[in-house]
Design a protein around this ligand. Sequence first.
Ligand code: SIN
Ligand code: MN
Length: 277
Amino acid sequence: MSVVTESALTNLKTAYDQDGWCELPYRFTDRAVSLLKARVEAISGERRPEVVYEQGSGTVRGIHGCHVFDEVCAALVRHPQLVALAEELTGGPVYVYQFKVNLKQAHEGAAWPWHQDYAFWSEEDGMPSPNAVNIAISLDDIHEANGPLVVIPGSHRLGLFDLPEKEPQGDSDWQQHVSADLAYTVREERAEKMAAESGRVLITGEAGAVHAFHPSIVHSSSNNISPDRRALLLITYNAVDNAPENPTRPEFLVARDSTRITPDAGDRLELAPRPLA
Ligand code: SIN
Ligand code: MN
């Protein structure tokens, strides 16, 4: 198995601190991606609360918390290289806070407006600080037309924007945290102004790519207007000492067990060095 070196991790941390996102110089092999895709497709067909649909349609938008009930997803979150990356970027032991796959189905996958993930975790769950990290694994080839994630570099250093008047914790509808009609958004004009000043990065590339992005980075993604699905698997690792005290949202959105995850090198989900661009 390829190993992400100490010096690669240090470089990633420098980029992440500066820009709020980074890309691993490794990708999951085609075999690993196929295995994950097969599980995602099987779970998407199940009738269970963790499966969420696009508004007013039977199209699956996302699946959640799969690492709890699916052995391949459980193996993925324990992947030693992912855990090492998360621990490097957060500076200490981590646990899995959230796991989801946003499917962005061909032609039907709806947008995610500009937002910051930490707005949800802070306002809804009481996460004390944004010392967590999202690790995104592309399960399909991602290009401009199938709704790539778009991030504004450096925006993670500016705090949270446009929070609504505070509602009592847990009162809002969790469906509004996973639908195209998000509860916490960054105003369009603000985000566009920030993007005009700082630039925007489209997270495109081949299936198997691994990116990390900060909970406070301003990001969005557009409708999938292409015939190609854009499945993106997202693992949020949170620092063990940053666990919220009394979260109330469903467990498939906020894990309750904040014990440090134990890395485990299985033999089916392999990383390989990514060819230089
Ligand atoms: C997306 O899947 O495009 C959005 C993911 C996110 O906002 O975390
Ligand atoms: Mn998000």
